[in-house]
Design a protein around this ligand. Structure first.
Ligand SMILES: *[C@@H]1O[C@H](CO)[C@@H](O)[C@H](O)[C@H]1NC(C)=O
Length: 307
């Protein structure tokens, strides 16, 4: 009997071990980088991925995400004890149901919509940004003259079974008020280190986080850009562009752009386009942050307070 139990235990240990080995380890921080958890945060080494021990009320990479549950099912999952039994296999519940699982406290305040951990890599891009130009250059299409623009990147509802996006709404208006371009769309991200729930084999140790932006415009244009995110830089290349037929356009054959955070409240967009005549255009646009959604906290609804 004794022997059988220890055999079973050995088998279990073996099973957990092989599973841990082939799982994607997601590190939110590195103990050798004192800045990786931001001011007041401390990096804790865990077997399923390093995590930040953040100042009260915060969580995530660099401790910049307000502590809250991402999925509306967290309270139920907790009652099913998933926080507890899933812990050795996956950091999913601790990351996504941080409040229910007792990983952090939100001090009675939370974001209206939670930013999912999968979007921690573009947290710096979330915000309302404003720009004013002295030239008509603009991506994806030029304006009739110098213009002002609002680029609004906001947290969106998290779909139950799909990749969570942030939503984008852009409005550019020429300074004389005669030309208005509006675009709506989404940004989605696929971090290289992602807890897919599947065991992945032969995966390299490091790689790029992928992003894509899909936009539609009031000028009859549909656009898909794809690229990578590294630190506080997003690089994009236009992969698909479809215009409403019958409207004359100086067709772009290639376009690339890049968003760079140059300070927590300043963003730079660099664009390079090549049109069908082979003419290359390059320009730079600066935005300043006029609203920070990440600090726009509301009281946690009573009755939902879990701690
Ligand atoms: C983004 O989605 C949220 C929630 O669905 C909505 O409240 C918000 O107005 C949208 N923002 C933009 C910029 O489209």
């Amino acid at each position: 009997m004794m022997l059988r139990i220890s055999l079973l235990l050995m088998l279990l240990v073996q099973l957990t071990r092989t599973q841990t080995m082939s799982k994607t380890i997601i590190d939110f921080c590195s103990p050798s980088d004192p800045n990786s958890c931001g001011p007041g945060g401390k990096c804790v080494e865990l077997s399923l991925g390093n995590r930040c021990e953040c100042p009260s009320g915060m969580m995530g990479r660099k401790c910049r995400r307000p502590c809250q549950d991402v999925y509306k099912s967290c309270a139920r999952w907790k009652s099913e004890e998933r926080c507890h039994w899933a812990r050795p296999i996956s950091p999913f519940f601790a990351d996504n149901c941080a409040l229910s699982c007792g990983q952090c406290r939100n001090n009675g305040k939370q974001l209206a919509l939670a930013l999912p951990p999968i979007l921690d890599n573009i947290e710096w891009f979330v915000g309302r940004w404003e720009a004013k130009t002295s030239a008509p250059y603009r991506f994806p299409e030029p304006m009739s003259g110098p213009y002002k623009e609002i680029l609004d990147v906001q947290i969106s509802e998290v779909p139950a079974f799909d990749r969570p996006p942030v939503n984008i709404s852009i409005r550019a208006e020429s300074l004389d008020g005669t030309d208005v371009h509006v675009e709506f769309g989404f940004l989605t991200s696929k971090p290289f280190h992602e807890d897919t729930g599947f065991v992945e084999t032969n995966k390299p140790d490091s790689g790029d986080d992928l992003v894509s932006i899909e936009l539609v415009s009031n000028t009859g244009l549909m656009l898909i850009e794809e690229g990578t995110v590294r630190g506080t830089q997003i690089r994009l290349e236009t992969k698909y562009k479809k215009a409403m037929p019958g409207i004359y356009r100086n067709e772009l054959v290639k376009s690339k752009r890049m968003f760079n955070l140059i300070s927590p409240t300043a963003l730079e967009e660099r664009v390079v386009t090549i049109d069908s005549r082979g003419v290359t255009n390059k320009w730079l646009k600066r935005y300043k942050k006029v609203f920070d959604y990440m600090t726009d906290l509301i009281p946690t609804p009573v009755g939902k307070k879990l701690q």
